[in-house]
Ligand binder design. Structure first.
Ligand SMILES: N/C(=N\CCC[C@H](N)C(=O)O)N[C@@H](CC(=O)O)C(=O)O
Length: 742
């Protein structure tokens, strides 16, 4: 067993797992394996938020998911779980491994270095060759009918994209013979290759076509796409090393052991392969792959890819399916191409579900990963999928679909908690508890009345989410980058297929706004505040000072030093988690406040707080339900505490009002009665008739039916009051509404 510098065990570091840090594995749901689900929900030390790349911070990244303490406790056996947890630091052995991994950083570069001179000379001799790119260039060939066979099936990437539209919007396809026609516009160089090329040739390499990609053999013997090879050349020939060092530092960062659960580590291990790919390719989406070098922007998108993909891949594929179907319906692609695309998407979906999909950080985001994989899989037809689509409308459509699903999940959890509260209330129908204002004893209330007050709050939380869902449910797809498209798409069809209410009316608005995210986060924040208040109340009530509530052992934790302690920390964590939910709202509010209209890359930053907020609120609700199912109220202790605090004083004032005394006067009279009790050290109900008459002659013998907490509670009759009739009725209504059988 190795120990960390803090003396903590690391032997089980890789065996602990927790639900909240799961979700890796290419969309595979993580399996909670902690013996206590409440603990597992809240044990993740990291939130997956932007990790520092700074080397000086590397030790903090060595933190793993909190491991069970397996320190020297004599007879400790494998698999036994101490009842408290600590975070552990990475061990020396792990640090060694990390160094070892660094040494394995991109070897491909050195292979290219050995060929540098030769290639430079070659580059001087030869003009640049075209590099396949994801950028679609306008066709430079005369139109041909859409059903040209060569167009409907996959063609090589040296051919212009098809089918294409003329400016008048007609579907056209380049005639096969015309594909070899070199562009003649200003600045276009004649191609040395027999095929038409949008850019001049770059190098002389033996070329092959695989799935429409041009393949070249490089010095390592590896077969890379021309695009990949061109990129390495760019980095290599750059006099400025920053592109390479930026890439390298990213690699080091990615190769660091991260504070992840084993599920995530599996993903991270897979990412090692991804990283190698990144070292030889950094696709540039502008200038057709001929831009100088990878910029600093990549630094910010890389760590997000996997997290973003885990959440959004299913929605992104759903959007692509709907979009492909619409493109075929409108004749923008053939039905044959649509079927090939759909088949490819099915395969990708399966790969992701099986955890076999390689998420490449160098492909920027979930959209580019899926689209590029689709092109690799099915070739040319996949290149048509991005027709009349931009990542700007894709991401916001994905997000709206994601929010819709997330809201539905939260609504279910809210209902579960409501049911737990109603069941709890049903167990204590007659239990009177002190009601507090200013945290001072105020008036007696029935415990079910208090518990149903939480149920009401939750109902409004659900209502806010339902309202928000209505506004979320409009479809931005087809807004394209911001302006819509000149192509005859059918936005109503995609909206319908994706079960949106309707397409969004304004394409600029569609890609610009994240008000639906804000609204969702605001609704979450209010719900979180409600849960936090319940958490606070229950923590307070579980204290020795109150002693009103006892959590069962299954929802309690112990102390590492004070053996007698039993902490209600799930509810403390509910209270604590509310801070991050509110913080997430603040993050997106501030994120959006300075943005000009239409898409801005800042918006990429909306996802982490959105995902985080939803994860937190789902966890909080689950914990609250479980806590509610595992607490008991200490009736005896509560009852014995009721006499203190003159809880019946206001009911006595109401008695005087019924006798015709103005309320302000009755308030004063009861005040004098209470003062008398204080001097006599007794309860109001213990005052003799003579004592009462001495305070005011209006008191009669019937006053004793108003004194004492039971009598006081029974006197409440107003709608929504704590009177037992009212409470019983409301409890019954809630049972019916929530479908709880008698
Ligand atoms: N880069 C870009 N959008 C990226 C959106 C997706 C991004 N991962 C996000 O999460 O916001 N916009 C390009 C258009 C495009 O790439 O489709 C632009 O407007 O210039």
């Amino acid at each position: 067993m190795s120990t960390t510098p803090r003396g903590r065990s690391s032997s089980r570091r890789r065996t602990g797992c927790c639900k909240c840090a799961g979700g890796g594995g290419g969309g595979k749901p993580s399996t909670p394996c902690c013996f206590n689900p409440l603990r597992s929900l809240f044990r993740c030390p990291g939130r997956g938020r932007g990790r520092s790349r700074s080397r000086s911070h590397s030790h903090s990244r060595n933190r793993t998911a909190p491991s069970r303490v397996s320190a020297d406790i004599g007879t400790e056996q494998q698999g036994q779980e101490p009842s408290f947890f600590v975070y552990s630091m990475g061990s020396a052995a792990e640090n060694k491994k990390k160094k070892h991994r660094k040494a394995r950083l991109p070897s491909i570069r050195s292979c290219f270095r050995s060929k540098k001179k030769e290639r430079k000379a070659s580059a001087r001799r030869q003009p640049l060759t075209p590099a396949p790119s994801m950028v679609t260039h306008p066709p430079r060939s005369p139109p041909a009918p859409e059903n040209t066979p060569a167009v409907a099936s996959g063609v090589t990437s040296t051919q212009p994209p098809s089918p294409a539209f003329t400016e008048t919007g007609n579907v056209n396809s380049p005639a096969t013979s015309d594909r070899r026609t070199a562009p003649t516009g200003p600045g276009k160089q004649p191609s040395t290759d027999s095929a038409w090329a949008p850019f001049p040739p770059q190098r002389q390499q033996p070329k092959q076509q695989v799935d429409g990609l041009q393949i070249v053999e490089v010095a390592t013997g590896e077969r890379l796409s021309a695009h990949e090879a061109a990129l390495i050349e760019m980095v290599e020939s750059s006099t400025d090393d920053s592109a390479e060092s930026s890439m390298k530092s990213s690699l080091e960062f990615i190769n660091e052991p991260s504070p992840q659960t084993p599920v995530k580590r599996v993903v991270a291990d897979r990412e090692t392969a991804v990283v190698k790919a990144a070292a030889r390719e950094a696709p540039r989406l502008w200038l057709n792959g001929n831009a100088a070098k990878a910029g600093a922007g990549a630094r910010f998108s890389e760590p997000l890819v996997v997290a973003e993909a885990n959440e959004l891949w299913a929605h992104d594929i759903a959007c692509s399916r709907a979009h492909a179907a619409m493109l075929a319906d409108t004749g923008l692609i053939t039905t044959g191409d649509r079927d090939i695309i759909l088949e490819g998407l099915d395969q990708i979906e399966k790969q992701i579900q099986d955890g076999k999909f390689e998420w490449r950080k160098d492909r920027e985001d979930v959209h580019m990963n899926i689209e590029a994989a689709l092109i690799e899989k099915v070739g040319e037809p996949a290149k048509k999928l991005h027709t009349a689509r931009s990542r700007n409308d894709q991401i916001v459509t994905d997000l709206r679909l994601w929010c819709r699903d997330a809201i539905d999940k939260i609504l279910i959890r809210i209902k579960q908690f409501q049911v737990s509260l109603v069941l709890l209330a049903s167990k204590y129908v007659d239990l009177i508890v002190p009601g507090y204002t200013h945290l001072q004893r105020a008036q007696p209330v029935l415990l079910p009345h208090l518990l149903l007050s939480y149920v009401e709050q939750l109902e409004r939380d659900a209502g806010r989410l339902i309202d928000c869902r209505e506004r979320v449910n409009f479809c931005p797809l087809g807004a394209c980058a911001l302006a819509g498209t000149g192509l005859p798409i059918d936005r109503f069809k995609t909206a319908k297929d994706l079960k949106f209410t309707a397409p969004m009316k304004n394409s600029i608005d569609a890609v610009s706004d994240r008000d639906f995210v804000l609204e969702f986060l605001a609704a979450n924040s209010i719900a979180a505040i409600h849960l936090s208040r319940i958490g606070e109340e229950w923590v307070l009530w579980a204290s020795e000072e109150f002693g009103f509530l006892t959590p069962s052992d299954s929802v309690s934790t112990g102390s590492s030093i004070m053996p007698q302690k039993k902490n209600p920390d799930p509810m403390e964590l509910v209270r604590g988690k509310s801070a991050r939910v509110v913080g997430d709202l603040m993050t997106v509010l501030v994120l959006c406040k300075g943005l000009p209209q239409a898409y801005n890359r800042d918006l990429q930053e909306d996802k982490e707080p959105l995902f985080d907020s939803v994860k937190a609120i789902l966890g909080m609700l689950e914990v609250c339900s479980e806590f509610a199912q595992n607490i008991s109220f200490n009736s005896k202790r509560i009852q014995s505490s009721l006499p203190a605090g003159y809880l019946d004083a206001t009911t006595l004032a109401d008695y005087l009002v019924k006798k015709g005394v103005p309320f302000r006067t009755s308030h004063e009279i009861v005040g004098r009665c209470v003062a008398l009790c204080v001097s006599k050290n007794c309860q109001l109900t213990e005052l003799e008739m003579d004592d009462l008459k001495a305070v005011h002659p209006v008191f009669e013998a019937d006053v004793y039916a108003y004194l004492g907490v039971e009598n006081a509670v029974n006197k409440f009759i107003s709608y929504g009051s704590t009177g037992s009739e009212q409470v019983k009725k409301q409890l019954e209504d809630w049972r019916v509404q929530l479908g709880i059988n008698p």
